[in-house]
Write a protein that binds this ligand. Structure first.
Ligand code: MG
Length: 256
């Protein structure tokens, strides 16, 4: 007991002789200085963004098969031509912030296009690194709109397809423009090809948080469980053609 008291006494003396510097300045950091970025105004991209689509050209894109894009460009947006295939960026990306605006077709547009009638109403998707799908779908007024036949919630708009259910349904009506703002961290693989750090994703849908830093379980898989197959740190960004004339505009990306 005596020994313990002596130890405490010595500790108190030491603390008083050499007090820690508790000043406001001691917790203030001055580097690294964050670079200045001019925020976009009225849905314009920020100054350091790579513009992937501004409504005027397909310069940044190719068909999945390597040929020219066959999607239709008019009135400042591109619209999926059913049956023409996915498109992908010529540049490859890993960790990123992605802004993308999309619009589901109205029933009349769908009828004109005579597209997939089973469940494919406004079905498209953002395929991060060409394999991890953030779903695009007409989920407004879910589930009544589809004649009472609901789609699974991990397949509705804003889901990581067959994996992550969105926190809320922030969908606008078909025919109205919608926005996804995505923060994506690519997966890392070890030398033996095993996954070492899974991909993660955060999504704002029309300004509302719908996915909050969720882990991605593997590549999109319609049948069976998702699984990881090794790939590079950077891969093309793809947009899915699923038979429906979904439109896109104002796509930009910031590499992280
Ligand atoms: Mg899809």
């Amino acid at each position: 007991m005596k020994k313990l008291n002596i130890f405490l006494l010595l500790s108190l003396i030491t603390v008083n002789l050499f007090p820690q510097q508790k000043t406001a300045e001691s917790t203030e950091l001055y580097s690294p200085v964050p670079p200045v970025v001019t925020p976009g105004e009225s849905s314009k991209p920020p100054s350091d963004a790579i513009i992937l689509f501004d409504g005027t050209s397909f310069d940044q894109w190719v068909n999945d098969n390597g040929n020219a894009v066959e999607w239709i460009m008019r009135e400042g947006c591109m619209t999926i031509k059913p049956g023409s295939g996915n498109i992908k960026t010529k540049r490859w990306f890993g960790d990123c912030q992605l802004h993308i605006e999309w619009r589901c077709p109205t029933p009349s547009v769908k009828k004109e296009a005579d597209t997939n009638t089973e469940q494919g109403f406004g079905n498209s998707g953002i395929l991060l690194q060409s394999r991890y799908e953030l779903q695009i779908f007409d989920s407004y007024n879910y589930p009544d709109y589809h004649n009472g036949k609901p789609i699974y919630v991990n397949g509705q708009a804003g889901s990581v397809y067959k994996q992550v259910i969105p926190l809320v349904n922030a969908c606008k009506k078909q025919g109205e423009w919608q926005i996804y703002d995505i923060i994506y961290m690519a997966p890392r693989f070890s030398d033996n090809g095993r996954i070492s750090i899974p991909a993660r994703i955060t999504v704002l849908h029309n300004g509302v948080l719908i996915i909050n830093n969720s882990e991605i379980l593997g590549s999109m898989n319609y049948i069976g469980l998702p699984e990881y197959r090794p790939h590079g740190l950077k891969e093309p960004l793809s947009l899915q053609e699923h038979g429906d004339p979904v439109s896109y505009r104002n796509i930009w990306i910031r590499e992280l």
